[in-house]
Design a protein around this ligand. Structure first.
Ligand code: PGA
Length: 242
């Protein structure tokens, strides 16, 4: 079984003072962190400070996005994967539904970002997930399959895929276990190597149930990753935490 991967996506939350949560999280995890990869993805402006705080400890730092450009380029406002790696990031989320919805990123651009992350030595966490109309039309599995085919690069390097139903993100209820299992099985059939994470409304109260689902190798957590106590409770509810 793959080493579980649990990634906290702070989105545009968390200020400098909140980076102290990283120390609190490390302290709260104890020995569990040797058996689980735990990652915090703060806003990019805080990555270097977060990495300095996390250095030598059990928590890795990741980014929430990167440019499709591999080298330095005239891309005002963008940050390359190489710069993120230099700042101390080891992971990079790409294709989050908020980027797809707010910045028009689709399959080819997401794949290009994942490739840029891989080229910089980062582990991409490629997000996929159906919308509510797709779910209601019975097209969830097909929609996710299509996104995986479009956005996930072929590679032998470490890479994660996060299944995040768009309608569950920011809500209070993930899909039923059987629905998560069906999508994860379909993603696994397409990609036997990647760690497949579930994301969307994961919290301390439902994490254990989600981690018990077949082909769920971890989680991508939004709101509940902002407070060390909540995020530690999620990580410690994984069976690998012992
Ligand atoms: P949530 O967000 O855990 O707050 O639902 C998940 C995500 O968007 O990655």
């Amino acid at each position: 079984m793959a080493k579980p991967l649990i990634v906290g996506n702070w989105k545009m939350f968390g200020r400098c003072a909140d980076l102290a949560e990283i120390g609190a999280l490390a302290a709260g995890l104890g020995g569990a962190v040797q058996r689980i990869d735990a990652v915090i993805c703060p806003p990019s402006v805080y990555i270097a400070a977060a990495a300095a705080l996390a250095r030598g400890g059990p928590i890795a730092v990741g980014a929430q996005d990167c440019s499709i450009e591999h080298a330095n380029a005239a891309r005002t406002g963008e940050v390359s994967a190489a710069m993120l790696a230099e700042a101390g990031a080891r992971y990079c989320i790409v294709g989050h539904s908020e980027r797809r919805a707010n910045h028009g990123e689709e399959g080819a651009a997401v794949r290009a970002k994942a490739e840029a992350a891989l080229a910089a030595g980062l582990i991409p966490v490629v997000c996929v997930g159906e919308t509510r109309p797709e779910r209601e039309a019975g097209r969830a599995v097909d929609a996710v399959r299509a996104q995986v085919r479009e956005a996930v690069p072929e590679t032998d390097l470490p890479l994660a895929i996060a299944y995040e139903p768009v309608w569950a993100i920011g809500g209070d209820r993930p899909p039923a276990a059987a629905e998560i299992a069906a999508v994860h099985a379909a993603v696994r059939a397409l990609n036997g190597r990647a760690r497949i994470l579930y994301g969307g409304a994961v919290g301390p109260a439902n994490a254990a149930e989600i981690f018990a689902i077949a082909n769920v190798d971890g989680a991508l957590v939004g709101r509940a990753s902002l407070k060390a106590a909540d995020f530690a409770a999620i990580i410690l509810s994984h069976p690998a935490a012992g």
